[in-house]
Design a protein around this ligand. Sequence first.
Ligand SMILES: Nc1ncnc2c1ncn2[C@@H]1O[C@H](COP(=O)(O)OP(=O)(O)OP(=O)(O)O)[C@@H](O)[C@H]1O
Ligand SMILES: [Mg+2]
Length: 285
Amino acid sequence: MPIELENVSYVHAPGTPFEAAALEDVSLRIGDGEWVGIMGHTGSGKTTLIQLIAGLLTPMHGRIRLDGQDINDRNYDRSELRRSLGMVFQYPEYQLFETTVEKDVGFGLKHSGLSRSEVKERVKWALETTGFIFEAVRSQPPLALSGGEKRRVAIAGVLAVKPKIMIFDEPIAGLDPLGRESFLQLASRLHQSGTTVIIVSHNADALGEFAQRLVVLDRGRILLDGSTREVFSDVSRMKKLRLGVSAPRQIAAMLSRRGVAVPQDIVGYDELLAALKSRLTGGEQ
Ligand SMILES: Nc1ncnc2c1ncn2[C@@H]1O[C@H](COP(=O)(O)OP(=O)(O)OP(=O)(O)O)[C@@H](O)[C@H]1O
Ligand SMILES: [Mg+2]
């Protein structure tokens, strides 16, 4: 189910002193199974964009279609949107409120029509997918877990609905390196299983390593939209925009400036390592 935005504009709090034009004339198509990173400075409209896609805001102008259907049409069945699209807000751990982890993760399945045992299976699957041992964690109060664990529980709650599209707003902000790595592995697994993954992040490194496509927002407009390789190809432009590129891409550019020829379409560490190895061994493996 592709997501299509056609000339979408949005203004927050129109007609008040807080009026803010957050998105202007944004057109975008995200196909099935894509992994898209959304970058941009603070206030560039990233959260507004994904809230519009999730149907939490209604555009002033333009259309948003999911699977060809206008999600803001009066006759559109919103339950379809809720089933298909999972949204993990920034710091989702603040939204945990049930008395046990199992209840919290199963909350979104209350009106799903699944039987009790099916719900239990689904909750078990979601918790195991986010790296928990079900029996060890199911009866714990969510608030007794660590910050990183709470965030994984919150993600499990969205995952349990098995949406075809998962949207994350700054999912790795405030996580330690291990938490960051395990989140990116989880997102990788989701992507491999065919889920569309959309991640808003300031972290060029994380996006460079995993996202296939980057959309760069600037003051409510799309400034760049292309494969991660394309978007990171012009390191000085990204530097001027104060957005940066992934560390391996930066190292490749630095090496090239010092006369060490390595490919300039490198975005991840594996590629950088392979290029350096190939140089050291004269191309032998
Ligand atoms: N509820 C609101 N009321 C008024 N203005 C808002 C509201 N939410 C966002 N804005 C404004 O809309 C613009 C876009 O905000 P948005 O939250 O989409 O940016 P963002 O790219 O997600 O920023 P950040 O990286 O800080 O999360 C900003 O100018 C912001 O101040
Ligand atoms: Mg935001």
